[in-house]
Design a protein around this ligand. Sequence first.
Ligand code: F6R
Length: 608
Amino acid sequence: MCGIVGAVAQRNVVPILLEGLQRLEYRGYDSAGLVVVHNGQLERVRSIGRVAELTEKSANTQGLIGIAHTRWATHGVPSLRNAHPHISKDLIAVVHNGIIENYEVLRTRLTTAGYEFTSDTDTEVIAHLIHSHYARGNSLLLATQASLAELIGAYAIGVVAADNPDQLICARRGSPLLLGVGIGEHFIASDVSALLPVTRKVVYLEEGDIAEVGRHSYQIFDAQGKRVERAVQISEMSNESVQLGQYRHYMQKEIHEQPQALADTLESVCNSQSLVPGIFGAEAAATFADIDSILILACGTSYHAGLVARYWLEEITAIRCTVEVASEYRYRISVPNPKTLVVVISQSGETADTQAALNYAKAHGHLHTLAICNVPESALVRLCKLRLLTRAGPEIGVASTKAFTTQLAALFLLTLVLAKQRGRLTTEQEQKHLHELRHLPSAVQKVLDLEPEIAILAEQFANKHHALFLGRGLHYPIALEGALKLKEISYIHAEAYPAGELKHGPLALVDKDMPVISVAPNDALLEKLKSNLQEVRARGGELYVFADANTHIQAAPGIHIMQMPEHAGYLSPILHTIPLQLLAYYVALQKGTDVDKPRNLAKSVTVE
Ligand code: F6R
């Protein structure tokens, strides 16, 4: 999704803006641009290529104040004229993340008032609107405030004016934005990683906030226009964690970081002798005692984590659990139940659909809310009563990997805590699970050792156009996740089915050109799965089976076996995810795609 960086300093801000944009590249974008105020004029540079191209084009640009942007197209195709910043009458420049829903009405009104539109974007109305108020003698702050009052939709914006070299204005509603605090300089960004080279001191703006930012001070006003103080926080994100190091891609790095990410997420639990609800927050014990069902809301990979959790929760805790795609739930008339625990799962904590689904659930009387999230300061964490933070560290690759497996670990903890509180977990079972959790990082490490084998296997997929993933029970969502990874980064069309569903339709697709990838844990459904695999083989389908030890599935012509370790019981979905991530990664390498920034996708989906 779009990214914003801005700076007001006593030095040339162009290198700061460019490095910030480069650090936001992982979010996904199709054009980039910046504007600085120099000698009373706006100097704008835009590019439809990578930030590297913008850097070349900006070689002779300098200024002590400026704003910059990477754009992920919503209104209007990716093009130079649609790239931000957008400028009104050489005086006002704006960068914007989000979507303005009433832009057509505003565009008509502003056109009638004499404003000329040079782009197809919704953002340009903001620039002209601010100009219209500024031209009437209002300060830049007041002009922006008045303009925002007319907007319907979501935004994070940065604004500068050619005749004001000392102040930039920024505001947010529905899209994240933060201030960076320096010495004699201040910054704005949509993501803290953009600012790490210049400061770690950050102030997260809240919904409806607007800020006037100068070199030596800043002032924040809330949605009612009242001056407010927001806490300065020290970001814990380390600069190294966003460096590539020895790896070829962030996705590869992040796949390999999973043992550490899991160890960090489970640290407090594994260091103690028993499980306590307090890991979810001070009110967790009372909240958990008051619930009779669970509703999980999430999108994409996070939704798949929720699907795995449903199997755990219903089987181990006997609490009824439903899992819904957030973008559907938010518009569905459902039956509220105040005794439901609403669990939102999100890597970023900023996904617009998940946020809207949570707000919708709350508005319908669901007050027991829990966020499982990787970003401590994110909107979802702030909106929920309870939380469990996954400690995966920054995930830069667009395709989610370590965030997913740490979400699973967190959801398994939720299952155990609820089971214990309901008397469905004996002390021995609790100790056994704790032991397995302590062992999990090294079990994942062992699976990562399959990497060279999987790299060779991936060569067989380079010329394929379709793939089918199969799983059963707890591992059906893992098949879904494997298919999602493959399609996201290799652009091979992939579908996932519960293996028992094959004969009800998808078997018609199977022939020698359709590779069938199967997750084959040594669990209670193994024999059923084996029969399903026979159905594939009998139709000439090529089978790729990730099989636990002792499954006795033999390699044969058309049957390729990847040997997994011993069956890991309830934690098996976490282990079986790893080879599917590696497979997608190596197939994408074969196809030569942009692994970390697959086409058309964005890391943080902050628009609907
Ligand atoms: C897939 C992927 C997406 C995200 C989805 C939700 O690899 O990353 O499907 O899982 O956009 O994002 P979060 O978890 O940030 O809410």
